[in-house]
Write a protein that binds this ligand. Sequence first.
Ligand code: FAD
Ligand code: NAG
Ligand code: NAG
Ligand code: NAG
Ligand code: NAG
Ligand code: NAG
Ligand code: NAG
Ligand code: NAG
Ligand code: NAG
Ligand code: NAG
Length: 703
Amino acid sequence: MNGFIQWSTLVLALVHKCYAGAYIPSTIANNKGSAEYWTCDTGVDLFTFDYIPLGLGPYSEYYDAICGYPPAIGTILICSVELAYDKSEEYHELIFKTATSSCDQYSSYHYEWTYYKEQYENATKYYQPLDEIANISLPLYAPTSPNLTSLELEYKGYRGYYFDLDSGTWFSVGICGYFLLLIVISAIHNFFRQTSIARSINNSKFSKLCQKYIIFPTLFPNGKFAQECGWTYFSGLFPNRIQFITDVFLFGLQIAFYCVSYEYKGTWWFGSPEHAWQRFVADRTGIMAFGKIPLLVLFAGRNNFLLFITGWSYSTFLHFHKVVACWMALDTLIHSVAYTINSLGYYVLYLQDTYFACGVAATVLCGVILLQAMHPFRKFFYEYFLVIHVVLAICFLIMCWYHCRELGWLEWLIAACCVWFFDRLIRIIRMSAFGWRTATLTVVDDQLMKVEVPKPAWWYHSPGTYSYVYFAGWIFWENHPFTTVLEGDNLCAYIRVKRGVTYRMWNRLIANNNKLQCKVCFEGPYSNGGSPKLNKYEEALLIAGGSGAPGILENAAKATKGKMIWVAQSLQTVKAYQPLLEKVNIEIEIYLTKQDGSNRACTVQDLFIGSESENLSTESSGKESDSDKNVELKGDLNNVSISFGRPNLDELINASVNNSSAKSIGIMACGPPVMMDDIRNIITKNVTIWDKSVDFFDEFQIW
Ligand SMILES: Cc1cc2nc3c(=O)[nH]c(=O)nc-3n(C[C@H](O)[C@H](O)[C@H](O)COP(=O)(O)OP(=O)(O)OC[C@H]3O[C@@H](n4cnc5c(N)ncnc54)[C@H](O)[C@@H]3O)c2cc1C
Ligand SMILES: *[C@@H]1O[C@H](CO)[C@@H](O)[C@H](O)[C@H]1NC(C)=O
Ligand SMILES: *[C@@H]1O[C@H](CO)[C@@H](O)[C@H](O)[C@H]1NC(C)=O
Ligand SMILES: *[C@@H]1O[C@H](CO)[C@@H](O)[C@H](O)[C@H]1NC(C)=O
Ligand SMILES: *[C@@H]1O[C@H](CO)[C@@H](O)[C@H](O)[C@H]1NC(C)=O
Ligand SMILES: *[C@@H]1O[C@H](CO)[C@@H](O)[C@H](O)[C@H]1NC(C)=O
Ligand SMILES: *[C@@H]1O[C@H](CO)[C@@H](O)[C@H](O)[C@H]1NC(C)=O
Ligand SMILES: *[C@@H]1O[C@H](CO)[C@@H](O)[C@H](O)[C@H]1NC(C)=O
Ligand SMILES: *[C@@H]1O[C@H](CO)[C@@H](O)[C@H](O)[C@H]1NC(C)=O
Ligand SMILES: *[C@@H]1O[C@H](CO)[C@@H](O)[C@H](O)[C@H]1NC(C)=O
């Protein structure tokens, strides 16, 4: 809410600025005409004019003549047009527009660009060649043209400089284009998965090889993706292979963009060649950094329309958010270092300029944001991380704004602000549509609680959706993602207690006799979109573990053929999900890891009837010897088999896929990180030896 208010004020301020007619320099591919104009500006310097400046603009002493005194305007425009390699009408127009904008900015005159066009046409009538002027030290009364041959070198220098500036913009567009390409490819893949095309293709040798080596695997064989890597205080999340491959291409692009096509060939420059290089590198990287900000913001948003188009999970987008952020930070660093070297000796003096000081501040903020967003902070202080991250990001944007307010390239910032604003706006709309509703919290198992809240009529529910849950109270803005399931007319979330808000709510719940009425808000529904894709497969293999159970159970309820494997701690945990369990129509294999007992099969109903009379733990001690014996109980409900101990997922998945008579199997899993990585690795290794069409839907997300 707070963030929203800040953002709406900022965006309103921006919009106000734009419409109040305040000058916002636009520099995206807008430098054409500038090289000619500024070269000729040097040329006109040779002449004197019988003219008194109006003195209303910041630099009118110098600019008023070439902006408002016909002979001077004529001279600079004739020179610019003559100098330009491009002789087309369109290019002339660009020159006139350059004149218009620079005059508007620096001089006392604020004409339309057509004025300069008319002035040029008039000037050609009165043109007086340079060699006909008797004494060039005397004031000019008719337009002429400076010696163009002597300006040629400077012109080349300016062209190089402007080319380099524009290259920063084009390379930024290139990065956006790269992501657009990825998005198009993913959109096609996603479309295939949503129709049954993927199912048919996945059986081919080529597709299986892609799955084995590119799409499914963790970065390194048998590696980690859902689990963190490293040590307690120095950890990180690794990308999976497909993400890494896209990162490598991005790396290539960035390095190429840093290195290629600088138009500096020893031509004229304001200073020494070193100075020229520093400026060229600095300008390009600075603009490239700006060009990444909209992507950065877009990828971090919850309401990113690309989620639907690409079928990527939110955590995938956050991966790209991090990668783009790192590149932006490197761009910023290079930009700042190059400018620092460039301004050695004047650094303290320059710091008095707002734009320079803000640039320094933005660079520092960028570094701080990067540091505070490291994995250990997110792991241990997620809530603090988030608040600080958002506040610093806003400060960063503001610093960028003041850094470039007079320089240009603000379109990127405006785009970023709009994207951010609309994400927040949709979040607000979602939240206000839901409102604060009274929820019932109950304890359903050790360290597991259930939140039940009446479903609003508009809520579109599909299995595996999640929402961000807000609890009314002191820190009402704190929100956490939880899988949301539908039970009758209620939305429910099963919450495993961790250290933060879940712990506080748990304590309140316990203190209140295991039942609590509380106002909550569900911001959602957000979806990974896995469910409809899974249903394209003939058979489903669903694997659940830990707090991943609710989503998988709902998916299982939708499946008509297949099997569900559920690794839970104890029968008590399984029973906590009774309403969901009863809706499942496929076979369920339950593995209880923290309980001993004899394996058995029963119906779902027996599971709950039996619970009152028997104590599985005590029963087990007597029957330990024949743990393989299946106790069969009759019933007309779905069959459940219960086994004790940790399952061998290798064999289980392998055999389940191999034994099935179906031609295509969709595997969906959600569970603790270790389990997710195991499953991923098993599927990766065996996908080519399974002679059926297989797809894997990873419902687990971490960021
Ligand atoms: C898509 C999705 C669905 C989920 N569904 C369920 C579910 O159905 N049941 C369930 O018990 N848990 C679920 N979780 C996990 C749940 O979000 C975290 O357990 C919860 O946020 C922890 O809150 P806490 O304040 O107690 O965390 P803390 O104890 O402060 O932190 C525990 C860990 O959770 C992570 N975390 C904390 N806050 C957030 C947040 N706002 N966003 C993302 N990660 C965070 C941090 O990495 C941290 O290391 C889901 C997570 C995701 C991403
Ligand atoms: C045309 O150019 C001449 C010479 O520069 C100048 O005296 C005259 O005022 C110009 N006419 C217009 C309409 O600006
Ligand atoms: C040109 O004009 C200046 C005065 O403006 C004068 O000093 C100079 O002698 C003149 N040169 C010639 C060649 O007439
Ligand atoms: C223009 O300048 C070049 C060298 O700078 C010189 O060779 C040439 O004679 C000059 N032309 C005129 C018309 O002054
Ligand atoms: C069930 O067994 C556990 C130990 O395994 C024991 O602590 C508990 O009291 C038993 N419950 C009942 C109802 O017998
Ligand atoms: C459950 O098991 C019984 C006995 O093995 C079998 O007859 C019945 O068809 C099974 N039901 C389902 C739904 O699989
Ligand atoms: C997996 O199944 C294949 C047959 O489909 C078999 O060759 C392989 O040995 C199995 N691996 C394990 C670990 O069961
Ligand atoms: C794989 O399936 C075939 C036939 O369905 C069966 O004969 C074979 O034993 C299975 N292999 C494994 C390892 O389960
Ligand atoms: C797979 O089939 C083999 C024999 O064909 C059997 O031994 C095994 O239990 C089956 N596995 C599963 C998970 O159904
Ligand atoms: C299939 O998976 C099992 C378990 O991970 C592994 O032992 C086996 O080697 C795999 N098969 C192939 C062909 O890689």
